[in-house]
Design a protein around this ligand. Sequence first.
Ligand SMILES: Nc1ncnc2c1ncn2[C@@H]1O[C@H](COP(=O)(O)OP(=O)(O)OP(=O)(O)O)[C@@H](O)[C@H]1O
Ligand SMILES: [Mg+2]
Length: 297
Amino acid sequence: MTQLSPAPLLSFDNVNISYRVHGVDVTAVSGVSFDLAPGDRMAIVGESGSGKSTLSMAVAGFLSAPNATVTHDRAMFDGKPLDRTVIHRVARRTPGLSMVFQDAMTSLDPVWSVGSQLLNVLRSEARRAGRRLSPATARAEAHLWLSRVGLTDSDRVMKARPFELSGGMRQRVMLAIALCGKPRLLVADEPTSALDAALSREVMELMVQLTEESGAALIIVTHDIGLCLDYAHRVLVMSKGRVVDDVDAGAIESTATDPYTIGLLACVPTLDSVHLAELPTLEAVRRRAIAEERLAS
Ligand SMILES: Nc1ncnc2c1ncn2[C@@H]1O[C@H](COP(=O)(O)OP(=O)(O)OP(=O)(O)O)[C@@H](O)[C@H]1O
Ligand SMILES: [Mg+2]
């Protein structure tokens, strides 16, 4: 008997996103299609301006630029159509979907304590779910979430305002806020690029561990193809608004077909890089490929 694959959690077909700039429509994302299964972990990688944030914000419902237009043949989340055709001035979050942004300092409100921001989200998620949440239970849940993201000193963290915490602590708070509503999909746009290498790995591991525990799917947007290969099942490579490769993370070296992906992989520093006079750049890899092609012809 053939095994039926589970219905996709997220299904995008032919998504196009443009911005109106000085009266001209500029395409940022073009003809993107992908399905994401429940619990799947997908990374979106690509150079600056390739459309990673535009795509991930459209997925999560945070694309609120008044000048943005989205068209698609299909955009479904959890079996329901995602209204992404009309972009509203105020972002509309879809229940079941959460997002973590690159810079926790600008994503958290500088005026309010971390505790009050976390409690607000817990209360609004409870209201949405029709659940009564007493002040004592809300506080207990807030402390629990802070300890789940590794902030053991939760009494101090609850009272602190964002500027009183380190970058890594703020990113953990963002993760608690994003996950406390028990989303089925977490979209993380460059969640670790403001952190150093060791902390980046800690936050990635935490994100993977917590989404695995809850069964949530994860989309990680990153510049760092080396980092995402250790955590994602699958990699979507974007260049100039298009998906140029959609491959299994474990088999990327043998299955990537686009020269851009092959170039990106060649630029990842390894332990052997220490023997090189200089690290390869994307431009150097491109030049070498062109030279080799000329020699071969
Ligand atoms: N609000 C906006 N108005 C007009 N153009 C925009 C807007 N936001 C993004 N763009 C343009 O859309 C294109 C894709 O940008 P996007 O931010 O999605 O890229 P990215 O891959 O996330 O880049 P980065 O790695 O630097 O974050 C770029 O050309 C960018 O200038
Ligand atoms: Mg971006």
